[in-house]
Ligand binder design. Structure first.
Ligand code: SF4
Length: 220
């Protein structure tokens, strides 16, 4: 996939760089997570988005089920399939993509902002159906830049925090496994950040534990 995206002679030799130096490499120790990017379009424009996603950035076009299937077919073991974007639930074939991975026995970790693209009735119905057919095998990990609404909205836009909270409550009500990707503010240590998220989780009635680093992933 990388060659298709970067048709550049720099990458023509897998072992030697364009300068004739040996490429750095990491010894293969097995597959843990296979990531797919569903495209760069997103319903919002975060100030610090890692990939400059926005409602107009279509540099990476939407991923389709036909794009994904050959890679899944190559896997000789079950694995965690990670789905990111952009906002994955904007991709028209996202439910079919998720279904394809689950049908092959994999588990899913889907990153989302839990906003309007996920909350459309067609997507909600698709997620509820997948959760019923593959119980416990699909986790939605929601990005919440802060447990403080003003700090989150400063990054993501006015009203983003409230909309994400509505999405979080829907995920919980639908019985879909949930995780949060949060951030530590500059003035917070890990303990303070987890306490802040713990209070928010309690107020929203979410089904997750703030002390568990897999359920609440914190980045600086
Ligand atoms: S929600 Fe995620 S993908 Fe969308 S702009 Fe923000 S950081 Fe980027």
């Amino acid at each position: 996939m990388a060659d298709a995206l970067i048709p550049n002679a720099k990458y023509s030799d897998p072992c030697v760089t364009a300068k004739g130096e040996p490429r750095a490499s990491v010894a293969w120790s097995g597959l843990k997570t296979l990531w797919f990017n569903t495209g760069t379009l997103c319903n919002i424009t975060c100030a610090n988005c890692y990939i400059d996603s926005s409602p107009t950035n279509d540099r990476l076009v939407y991923l389709t089920r036909a794009d994904v299937e050959p890679y899944l077919a190559e896997l000789t073991q079950t694995a965690e399939i990670g789905i990111t974007g952009g906002e994955p639930f904007m991709a028209p074939e996202i439910i079919a993509i998720l279904d394809g991975a689950l049908a092959r026995g994999h588990t899913l970790l889907v990153l989302t902002n839990a906003m309007r693209p996920m909350m459309r009735p067609r997507v909600q119905a698709g997620l509820a159906d997948l959760a019923a057919r593959y119980p416990g095998r699909m986790t939605l990990r929601v990005s919440l830049d802060s447990h403080d609404s003003a700090a989150h909205d400063a990054e993501r836009g006015q009203g983003a925090f409230a909309e994400a909270c509505t999405g979080l409550k829907w995920i919980t009500a639908a019985g879909i496994p949930l995780a949060l990707a949060g951030r530590k503010a500059l003035h917070e240590d890990e303990h303070a950040a987890r306490d802040g998220y713990r209070a928010l989780i309690g107020s929203l009635g979410l089904a997750l534990y703030a002390a568990d680093p897999r359920q609440l992933v914190l980045v600086p």
